[in-house]
Design a protein around this ligand. Structure first.
Ligand code: NAD
Ligand code: 0WE
Length: 257
């Protein structure tokens, strides 16, 4: 039986382990018929990602890429080009701010923490998209991950909220630049998910409980639901959708109180 993403090739940035949002979306893309190529950030995550990627076949391509390094991005896309003549889908599921910037108050954000957060969490979308475009010869779909702290104050999200605002604005400008090439660019704004990036954030389990109590759906979201939105944006279902931020947040963002 034919599947909705049959014949598509996807590049996936941001798998750290099986709880990663990138892993949830990658699995949904694979189940819908896409072939996948993965990055990993550094040696610490190499084995993890290689093991997960191998569940789609031992020949699933995996290569290192630290998105804060232009040389890495260049080398990574040369690797991608050696494995496929075409890329259709790009997932950017990467963010980082120095831990101290997520603990105190936004007012105390250092110049360096501001720079790092914006470099890794926002600029990297522009950099990896630019490298993917020459391979997206039949059009494509670029998907990145955002969070509600981009538009409303979420205590302690701090500089990450400002970086996500830059990311969502970057999505709009990229959508404008790439529309003529039939490449769509969108963000999924996810409710809280218990991942590596969320663990160690004090008060995170209280946030999960808060969503259960206050979101319209009275529960938290799942990786499967993020995967389903990822498939929608990757498929012709999303053919007329670009430049948008779509919420997979149990409806939390519509509440005023
Ligand atoms: P995760 O820790 O599983 O994924 C974050 C990924 O970013 C990791 O794979 C890490 O290796 C990668 N990364 C960080 N710095 C990098 C660098 N310099 N080069 C290459 N890769 C780098 O956590 P996650 O929650 O799956 O996060 C994925 C995305 O989802 C992030 O953009 C995050 O802001 C967003 N998001 C998360 C939540 C949540 O509650 N977990 C909610 C909304 C949005
Ligand atoms: O985007 C995120 C978190 C991204 C993140 C996580 C870390 C933890 C480890 C970025 N940088 C770092 N740096 C580290 O050193 N989320 C949407 C999850 C998240 O993080 C929060 C949240 C939510 C939700 C931080 C404070 C308040 C809410």
């Amino acid at each position: 039986m034919s599947k909705i993403l049959d014949g598509k090739t996807a590049v996936v940035f941001g798998v750290a382990n099986k709880r990663s949002i990138a892993w949830g979306i990658a699995q949904a893309w694979a189940q819908a018929g896409a072939k996948l190529i993965f990055n990993y950030q550094g040696d610490r995550l190499k084995e993890n990602v290689e093991e997960l990627a191998a569940t789609f076949g031992a020949d699933t391509p995996v290569a290192p890429c630290d998105v804060s390094r232009d040389e890495d991005i260049t080398r990574f896309f040369a690797f991608v080009k050696s494995k496929t003549s075409r890329v259709d889908l790009l997932l950017h599921s990467v963010a980082f701010a120095p831990k101290e910037a997520l603990e105190g108050v936004f007012l105390d954000t250092s110049r360096e923490a501001f720079r790092v957060a914006h470099d890794i969490s926002a600029y990297s979308l522009v950099a990896v998209t630019r490298s993917a475009v020459p391979l997206m010869t039949h059009g494509g779909s670029v998907v990145t991950m955002s969070y509600y702290g981009a538009e409303k104050v979420v205590p302690h999200y701090n500089v990450m909220g400002v970086a996500k605002a830059a990311l969502e604005a970057s999505v709009r400008y990229l959508a404008y630049d790439l529309g003529p090439k039939k490449i769509r660019v969108n963000a999924i704004s996810a409710g809280p998910v218990n991942t590596l990036a969320a663990r160690g954030i004090s008060g995170f389990s209280a946030m999960l409980t808060h969503y259960e109590q206050h979101a319209p759906l009275k529960r938290n979201i799942t990786l499967e639901e993020l995967g389903a939105m990822g498939v929608f944006l990757a498929s012709d279902g999303g053919a007329g959708v670009t430049g948008q931020t779509l919420y997979v947040d149990s409806g939390y963002s519509v509440m005023g109180m």
